[in-house]
Design a protein around this ligand. Structure first.
Ligand code: CA
Ligand code: CA
Ligand code: CA
Ligand code: CA
Ligand code: CA
Length: 313
């Protein structure tokens, strides 16, 4: 499937996130940034459900099972480039409806990528980076006055980063240094910030390294990375030694007249069965050129089942 197009021309769509309706998975929603406008959400058929005018939000991520002022809530966070802040959104855990709450100030000057991490003690964290390579980690806590955030760690890479993803179960953070490599480090705030190499840029992983996410099933855990320079996606084991598992492209669906995906910025993946089209979960990727017909950018949905069969995972 593909989503409704952006409202803005040019490079507008950037990064998706998947919110799973745990009671009715077929009612799950896809969040997607329009980096010239705000945050959208879509249903599993790609129809736009919400648009929140929150300014130039670049990357977005979601974590579930939180509270807001003591009431059950899910949380989305987005990197807000107009104000170099983190914009927070409360998500109704039953419906998926989003509302804006507050923004968190950062110490960054050119805010860029963002991802979230929920640890095994149900503590919620946000990682945000600057185009100069700095990362900040914030702890988000619920309070009678709303969500509060505290900076708990900083670290950096040598050149521009953007995409990142946390493996919550293994407390690992994966980060992309766009022209150089994918690195990993411990996601816990008190842990060492020593970087370990997952994969350097190569003939298979072609700069820019862009969005990434974790696919965790009963049998395996994979890291999926957008290899923007050759319009493809690379799959690695998300556990050391981070073995390369294969790569794929997203081609056109001629029966449905849906174009393929290229020049992908952000992506998101889940292993949760959502509906009959996505029995082993869903990959969502940003598409740099939305064709058939030529329209403003959008996001493409791919069944994980297709990826697993293609790569013999
Ligand atoms: Ca782009
Ligand atoms: Ca980028
Ligand atoms: Ca396309
Ligand atoms: Ca991007
Ligand atoms: Ca299209």
């Amino acid at each position: 499937a593909e989503t409704d197009p952006m409202d803005d021309n040019g490079d507008a769509a950037d990064d998706p996130a998947i919110w799973v309706n745990l009671r009715n998975p077929e009612q799950s929603r896809i969040l997607g940034t329009n980096k010239k406008f705000g945050l959208y959400s879509y249903d599993l058929q790609g129809k736009k459900l919400q648009e929140l005018v929150v300014g130039r939000v670049n990357n977005v991520d979601v974590r579930q099972g939180f509270t807001f002022k003591g009431e059950a809530a899910d949380i989305a966070a987005a990197s807000q480039r107009d104000r170099n802040t983190i914009a927070l959104f409360r998500i109704n855990p039953n419906s998926g409806e989003m509302v804006t709450t507050n923004e968190i100030d950062t110490n960054l000057d050119e805010i860029y990528g963002l991802c979230m991490y929920k640890n095994l003690n149900n503590e919620f964290y946000i990682f945000i980076n600057d185009q100069d390579g700095r990362f900040e980690q914030y702890s988000v806590t619920d309070d009678p006055s709303g969500w509060q955030a505290q900076r708990v760690r900083t670290f950096s890479v040598n050149s521009q980063p953007e995409g990142c993803a946390a493996d919550d179960a293994k407390q690992r953070l994966f980060i992309g240094e766009e022209d150089v490599a994918v690195w990993t480090l411990d996601a816990e705030p008190n842990a060492s910030s020593q970087l370990e190499l997952v994969a350097a840029v190569s003939d298979q992983l072609v700069a820019d390294i862009e969005g990434m996410d974790i696919y965790r099933s009963a049998n395996a855990v994979y890291l999926i990375v957008s290899s923007q320079g050759n319009d493809s996606y690379v799959v690695f084991d998300a556990e050391a030694p981070y073995e390369y598992k294969g790569r794929f492209r997203v081609g056109m669906n001629s029966a449905k007249n849906i174009d393929g995906a290229s020049e992908t910025d952000g992506l998101a993946v889940t292993s949760i069965p959502l509906n009959k089209d996505y029995p082993q979960g869903l990959l969502v990727v940003q598409d740099g050129r939305n064709l058939l017909p030529n329209e403003k950018q959008n996001f493409k949905y791919v069944s994980w089942h297709e990826i697993q069969s293609s790569l013999n995972l």
